[in-house]
Design a binder for this molecule. Sequence first.
Ligand code: ATP
Length: 287
Amino acid sequence: MENRMVDSQQLALTNVVVQYPGTSAPQLTIPSVTAQVGQLIGIIGASRSGKTTLCRVLAGIIPNIVHGKLTGTVQLGSYQPVTDWAAYRQHLGVVFQDPAGQLSGLSETVADELAFDLVNQGQSEATIVTRVHEVAQQLGLTAQLSQAPTELSGGQLQRLAIGCALITHPQVLVMDDPTSQMDPQGRAAFFKWLRQLTDTTVLIVSDEIDDLCEIADQLWGLADGELVISGTPRQVINQLVPEWHLPVPVTTQLAQTMSWRLADQSWPVTLTELKEARYDHVAATQV
Ligand SMILES: Nc1ncnc2c1ncn2[C@@H]1O[C@H](COP(=O)(O)OP(=O)(O)OP(=O)(O)O)[C@@H](O)[C@H]1O
């Protein structure tokens, strides 16, 4: 595969504006934001704030499949989805909200579905078998490999869709609310697995703000179709404005109730930070 991404593989959006046909104002405005290679980006926002639209732009689906006027640039290394979509797609894995809708519908078993893209790439049988078992093991689908995809639960289907997106080792993985049908245990296992996926740049839409704060390098916050804030989870959560309707981690809510601040006076956003803030608070009150 041609690879023009050696020099700079970061994903950068500049002055991106999206407007769907038949509408009178843009649905998405992103001034400038960058995901560095290997970073995990949590995309947060209230309902209809533009999260799915952003995923469509990141995946090159707007304007290549879903119609919409897109201005500005999306750049992955030296590729742009608008002009280099075929090449751009080869570096990308995408998981949308409806996992069943993105399966091939042609595979009799979960193993065949996972193998689909590798077969299309002409990989050897040994490579395919090894990779399918590796991904199935990572996503807890080993016991389901010989089942039909139609027999899977919603959460298992979501894990299969993630496995299919990941099977070819994409450099960027875009996931729109991939845990919505998982049970709490499945969700916890998923976020634990995501934390160790360090070679891939991951952009994930999720309502699970506590989990995102534990694992994300950056949060991108959308409100009414605009990117209103980006930064580390601690920076973002400490600068929230009520009008944005962005979620606050339970960890931070507890710290605010107890007045447990970190040494720099910011509110903690992870469990480790919460413990630190509590320790500082107790130490200060015992002086
Ligand atoms: N194909 C389309 N044509 C016209 N308008 C659209 C289209 N898709 C989405 N929209 C509108 O764009 C806005 C943003 O929608 P989007 O689905 O991106 O938000 P979201 O944050 O993902 O919402 P949710 O959390 O409810 O899934 C909404 O006002 C929506 O009605």
